[in-house]
Design a protein around this ligand. Structure first.
Ligand SMILES: NC(=O)c1ccc[n+]([C@@H]2O[C@H](COP(=O)([O-])OP(=O)(O)OC[C@H]3O[C@@H](n4cnc5c(N)ncnc54)[C@H](OP(=O)(O)O)[C@@H]3O)[C@@H](O)[C@H]2O)c1
Length: 241
């Protein structure tokens, strides 16, 4: 029995959640596509881990990988999906290729649905997806990512009925300082520090988020047995500005 499967747990928010759960002596499996990323995550987690870590290579855009992932883990109490690949997906829609857009949907939406499909009979506690502020505050240069994120709310509602009493929810982060921003900087030429400072000034919380902020949100959703079919916004008040 695996206590928690974190798909995308090799970096960012998923890695922060893995660290928190491992400190509680739980058995945590992290999954992602890159063996190198998983090995680096394991090396980072192991020194402070009181629990057991497993890593599995899987691309949740591929049904056979999702099936293999659950075959590996067996029964799982909680699943959290943080996986996303937004390479080439930012910019005006006229500048985004259909293949980049399809890739976003394949991972973020279809991959999420595949996890829900294979969760039936295997997940015993909860399934939590990660959407994002751009679903609620699109800015004209993130339309396909916003659409995929927005659709996760509907997916979670449907699955909350299908998989009940397993609880299915979404955590929607605001801007959080994770490696995704470094890749976005390389992709678009955006300067992360300047963008973060400008946003922090406007946000009611007066700062951008940390991976640990989101890990705490995942934990609260995992542990509150009366939360299902909902979206928890953890965005420093970004929807208000
Ligand atoms: N950071 C932010 O400001 C922010 C804001 C709003 C929403 N979000 C959302 O929050 C989630 C977590 O983001 P993060 O910032 O923690 O990003 P991150 O550090 O890039 O983590 C994403 C992880 O997903 C894995 N992944 C990507 N494609 C995958 C696939 N097809 N199958 C399995 N694993 C896959 C990646 O590893 P591999 O490449 O090795 O597969 C990576 O470890 C994402 O869904 C993102 O869209 C982020």
């Amino acid at each position: 029995m695996t206590d928690a499967l974190i798909i995308g747990g090799g970096s960012g928010m998923g890695l922060a959640l893995a660290r928190t759960l491992l400190a509680e002596q739980l058995h945590v499996t992290i999954a992602g596509r890159s063996a190198d990323r998983l090995a680096a995550a394991r090396a980072a987690l192991e020194p402070s881990a009181a629990g057991r870590i497993d890593t599995v290579r899987a691309d949740i855009g591929r049904e056979e990988d999702v099936a293999g992932l659950f075959a590996h883990t067996g029964q799982v109490e909680h699943v959290v999906v943080t996986a996303a690949d937004v390479t080439g997906a930012y910019g005006r829609s006229t500048d985004v290729s259909a293949s980049a857009a399809r890739n976003v949907l394949d991972v973020k939406l279809l991959g999420a649905w595949l996890v829900g499909k294979y969760a039936a009979g295997r997940v015993t506690g909860s399934l939590t997806y990660t959407s994002g502020i751009n679903a609620y505050r699109p800015n004209g240069s993130n339309t396909i990512v916003a659409a995929a994120n927005g659709a996760l709310a509907s997916l979670a509602s449907g699955l909350a009925l299908e998989l009940a009493p397993v609880r299915v929810n979404v955590v929607s982060p605001g801007w959080v300082d994770t490696p995704v921003w470094d890749r976005l900087g390389e992709d678009t030429g955006m300067d992360k520090r300047t963008a973060f400072a400008e946003l922090a000034e406007r946000l009611p919380a007066r700062r951008v988020g940390t991976p640990e902020d989101i890990a705490q949100a995942f934990l609260s959703v995992l542990r509150n047995g009366f939360v299902t079919g909902t979206v928890l916004h953890v965005d420093g008040g970004h929807r208000l500005v």
